[in-house]
Design a protein around this ligand. Structure first.
Ligand SMILES: Nc1nc2c(ncn2[C@@H]2O[C@@H]3COP(=O)(O)O[C@H]4[C@@H](O)[C@H](n5cnc6c(=O)[nH]c(N)nc65)O[C@@H]4COP(=O)(O)O[C@H]3[C@H]2O)c(=O)[nH]1
Length: 874
């Protein structure tokens, strides 16, 4: 609540003013009444004093009259017998009658007998001086005549004021003639005054007046009636006075009293208390009124603001609002309603809910909530506007009751675009979800999905006490293929492989692409390894089928690693690692095979990792060296060529043969720089020997498929030849038959370029891959190196001998030099010579040798070395 201090101050001042005015009025009205009441009380008090005084006078008069109408007194006035006085006017008479003076006067007013008595000291005193003088005066005589029944009243004497009664002395029956008068008097002294005050219940002050009126407004009166005067002295006192006149009508004394203004004081106090109370109450009431007023004003303002805001929101909201009756007729619509439906306001107000939507009004009713009780229940509906324009709206309905009429407050938000966006988003999400869990190329589940599935299978295997088999399948030397043929061909191969694997497996089995050329097969509910073996064999078989992409035909092999859950690992991670290790092991074991995981595999895999690390450093550390093995003309014994054979001088393992590290170098790509080094070293060595005076000799360098496919390979060869100044005719490149089969078409141009430059081309390990004869004719090979496998049994196995003979004949007919590899015995040499094999290589003829030894060897054989020639002469 906002306090308006000015308003509060104003209200306070008004209350103060009103209270002040009321106080003044009350004071005027009530205090006057109080004063009047007090005056009345004062009059009453003084009247009581006067009454007592007059009673005293009347008593005195009666008593004097009794004595004056007494026969004895009547007789005394005649006889003047003093015994009457001595017996009747004694001291006790004064005390009894409570008078100070008793005086008998004759007809002339002269004293006959009398006595004066001090009632306080109780003793006779001399007759008051000048007392009798008053009764002889003319004015007294007039007074007596005027009064007729005696005179009673006050008389001023030097001794004080005397209350007296003068009565003519008559007989006991009150008959005359009068023989004089009797006067009895009582001094109005302090004692008498106290008695007067006690009787009037008021303490009195007495003031004697010695000469004429000095107090204001004493009226000149002839009567002896007392006059009362009141004066308000202050807020606490009223002074009240009564004036007494003597028998001659002259002011003689004033008796006064001060009256406390109790009524006034109490009244005033009550008024003040009442006004304080009134002020407090009115101030509190004022504050309450202000607060209530403020609140009422605030709530009215808020109500106005909220109505204004509601109107503004209603009219200018970006959403369409409809206020409609129970039957659906529109009561009010906003701008947006007109805009979305394309109607003007008048037209829209003439329509009803059912004209613009197919959402039944009954439907709305069931979904409404009372306004402000809960969130409205949303629903979707299709709306049709002007000229058939349709849109989808999000509808929220609330209902409210205004003067017993139920109205629906309907909010419609055009969500057509949002719905379209939602649909697109859902599709995108689905697509993203698909991409997150699938391999785009093959459509197979990807690694993530495969691992999830594996975890699910593991869970189920735990429940049913079965096994899960994991087969990791990798295409052998796929990288080489991919690099040489291009990624598009590589992708097609992968898709075909995926298709074959899928076809081969059951629907319940899972095949996933793990990345690159690696696939994963999951087999659930496996009882033992027999079934798994069968699947692995079928897989290898399916892959081994010739694969045709366009015009080219490929022969692929794969290596499979197998692990079983829970035998080889306790969770998805360890089971996958085991299968991976087994797959590497299968590759180690010559590829195109499958291997189950055994714990020792891990050691081998680890070793392979160490080897890879060392291999990466070997070139920089100059740990490589070349050995040379001669190829001889089996008829002349002449060294036709030297094959370079790579060795790795490992710091810990000693000399490591190429069989142990070349596959690794190929897999890791290290073969490219290593191969370049070999070529350089071979060229350098040949030139060096030449410079040593040895005869020029051709050097054969093994080139791996990966090197060959490396872009810029030919340029590199030419550059090296140029670098060492070696003519191309002294260089021979050996390429394995498997590579020739795989990529002959692709490499044909390269072979041609190389050959045209004068470089010799040899097909290594010839015979194993069943090269087609058409290839051999088409390609510019200069040499076929018969695989050692045929040489091995050429002596004993007629089949191998026949193959060897065929190869020799084929080379002969194609004009290609045939070199038999791996001649280890005299018999093999002889057989081959008999078969007409032109050249040979093998430990029987010469072992691979380091450069210096080979130099010595060359020195010897050039001079028709007896050791070598001996072998040929037989
Ligand atoms: N059992 C037997 N073996 C004999 C006999 N005579 C020679 N050998 C061996 O046969 C292999 C001949 O080389 P390859 O067939 O090209 O086979 C080579 C070649 O394919 C490859 N290789 C060697 N050096 C390199 C190289 O610098 N680059 C590449 N890419 N491969 C190389 O490693 C393979 C193995 O090389 P090495 O271990 O040096 O083994 C050599 C050699 O020592 C014999 O009478 N009996």
């Amino acid at each position: 609540m906002k306090w308006s201090w000015k308003r509060f101050l104003g209200m306070g001042l008004v209350i103060l003013f009103l209270n002040g005015t009321l106080l003044m009025l009350n004071r005027g009205v009530f205090l006057k009444s109080f004063t009047r009441l007090e005056n009345d009380r004062a009059y009453e008090t003084l009247h009581r004093v006067v009454g007592v005084y007059q009673e005293n006078l009347a008593f005195l008069e009666r008593m004097t009259k009794d004595w004056a109408n007494w026969d004895d007194a009547y007789a005394f006035m005649q006889t003047r017998d003093p015994s009457f006085i001595t017996s009747n006017v004694v001291d006790s008479t004064f005390s009894t009658l409570n008078v100070n003076v008793i005086l008998f006067l004759d007809e002339q007013g002269l004293p006959v007998a009398g006595k004066a008595y001090d009632l306080i000291r109780h003793g006779a005193v001399p007759m008051y001086v000048g007392l009798q003088d008053h009764f002889t005066t003319e004015s007294f005589a007039t007074l007596v005549e005027h009064q007729r029944r005696g005179v009673t009243g006050l008389l001023r004497l030097p001794q004080g004021l005397l209350m007296l009664s003068w009565q003519p002395i008559l007989t006991g029956e009150g008959q005359g003639p009068s023989r004089g008068a009797l006067l009895m008097g009582r001094l109005l002294d302090s004692r008498e005054l106290d008695r007067l005050g006690a009787k009037a219940e008021q303490s009195l002050e007495f003031g004697r007046l010695h000469s004429g009126p000095s107090w204001p407004s004493w009226s000149e009166q002839s009567t002896a009636a007392p006059e009362i005067l009141l004066r308000v002295v202050d807020a606490t006192r009223i002074r009240a006075r009564v004036l007494f006149r003597d028998i001659f009508g002259v002011p003689a004394a004033v008796i006064g009293t001060n009256l406390s203004r109790d009524i006034y004081a109490q009244g005033l106090q009550s008024i003040i208390y009442f006004h304080i109370w009134l002020l407090v109450v009115s101030l509190m009431a004022g504050v309450c009124i202000l607060v209530i007023w403020d609140r009422l004003a605030g709530s009215r303002q808020r109500q106005r603001d909220s109505e204004h805001l509601f109107q503004h929101l209603f009219q200018f909201s970006a959403d369409a609002f409809f206020l409609c009756e129970e039957q659906g007729r529109f009561v009010d619509v906003n701008h947006q309603s007109c805009a979305v439906l394309g109607f003007d306001r008048q037209k829209l107000l003439s329509l009803s809910w059912s004209d613009i939507t197919d959402a039944a009004i009954g439907n709305l009713l069931s979904r409404t909530q009372r306004l402000s009780t809960a969130a409205p229940v949303p629903m979707e509906a299709t709306f049709t506007g002007n000229r058939g324009r349709t849109f989808v709206g999000d509808v929220s309905v609330t209902h409210l009751e205004i003067q017993d009429q139920v109205l629906f407050f309907v909010l419609v938000r055009d969500i057509t675009e949002r719905k379209a966006a939602d649909t697109m988003l859902r599709k995108q999400k689905a697509r993203l979800n698909y991409l997150a869990y699938h391999d785009v190329l093959t459509g197979l589940p990807n690694r993530l999905k495969a691992i999830e599935l594996l975890q699910t299978y593991i869970g189920r295997a735990n429940q049913r006490d079965t096994m899960v088999a994991v087969l990791i399948f990798d295409l052998d030397r796929f990288k080489n293929l991919n690099e040489s043929l291009g990624h598009e061909t590589g992708d097609e191969i992968l898709m075909e492989v995926a298709r074959r694997i899928q076809e081969m497996l059951r629907d319940t089995d899972v095949v996933a692409r793990f990345g690159g050329d690696e696939f994963l097969v999951l087999l659930e509910h496996v009882a033992d390894s027999t079934g798994v073996k069968h699947v692995a064999e079928k897989l290898l078989e399916a892959i081994a089928q010739p694969l045709r992409i366009g015009e080219q035909q490929f022969y692929l092999t794969g290596s499979i690693g197998i692990s079983l859950y829970p035998k080889h690992g306790e969770n998805a991670q360890t089971i996958l690692k085991a299968a991976d290790s087994a797959m590497y092991f299968a590759k180690e074991q010559g590829r195109n095979t499958y291997r189950f995981f055994i714990p020792s595999i891990n050691v081998e895999v680890e070793e392979r990792l160490y080897l890879e690390t060392d291999l990466r450093q070997a070139l920089n550390l100059e740990q490589f060296m070349l050995f040379y093995q001669p190829e001889f003309n089996l008829h002349t014994g002449k060294v036709e060529c030297l094959e370079t054979l790579l060795r790795w001088q490992h710091p810990k393992r000693g000399i490591v043969g190429p069989g142990e590290f070349i596959p690794l170098a190929e897999d890791t790509g290290l073969i490219v720089p290593i191969g370049e080094w070999v070529l350089q070293e071979a060229c350098r060595q040949v030139i060096a020997w030449r410079e040593q005076g040895l005869p020029s000799i051709r050097v054969a360098v093994n080139i791996s498929a990966r090197q060959f496919r490396q872009s810029g390979f030919i340029e590199m060869v030419f550059r090296v030849l140029k670098q060492y100044g070696l003519a191309a005719e002294w260089l021979e490149l050996e390429i394995t038959e498997s590579f020739v089969i795989q990529s002959a078409e692709h490499a044909l141009n390269m072979f041609k370029v190389l050959r045209q430059s004068g470089i010799s081309l040899a097909v290594d390990d010839f015979g194993q891959g069943y090269s087609s004869l058409s290839y051999l004719r088409k390609f510019p090979f200069t040499k076929l190196k018969m695989d050692r496998a045929f040489v091995k049994n050429v002596v004993n196995d007629p089949h191998d001998e026949a193959i060897a003979a065929a190869i020799i004949a084929m080379g002969d007919s194609l004009g290609q030099e045939v070199v038999a590899e791996g001649i280890e015995t005299r018999e093999q040499l002889d057989t081959l010579r008999t078969l007409g094999c032109p050249c040979g290589q093998g430990y029987y003829l010469a072992l691979p040798m380091e450069g210096p030894k080979m130099a010595e060897f060359l020195q010897r054989v050039t001079g028709d070395s007896p050791a070598v020639l001996r072998a040929f002469r037989k």
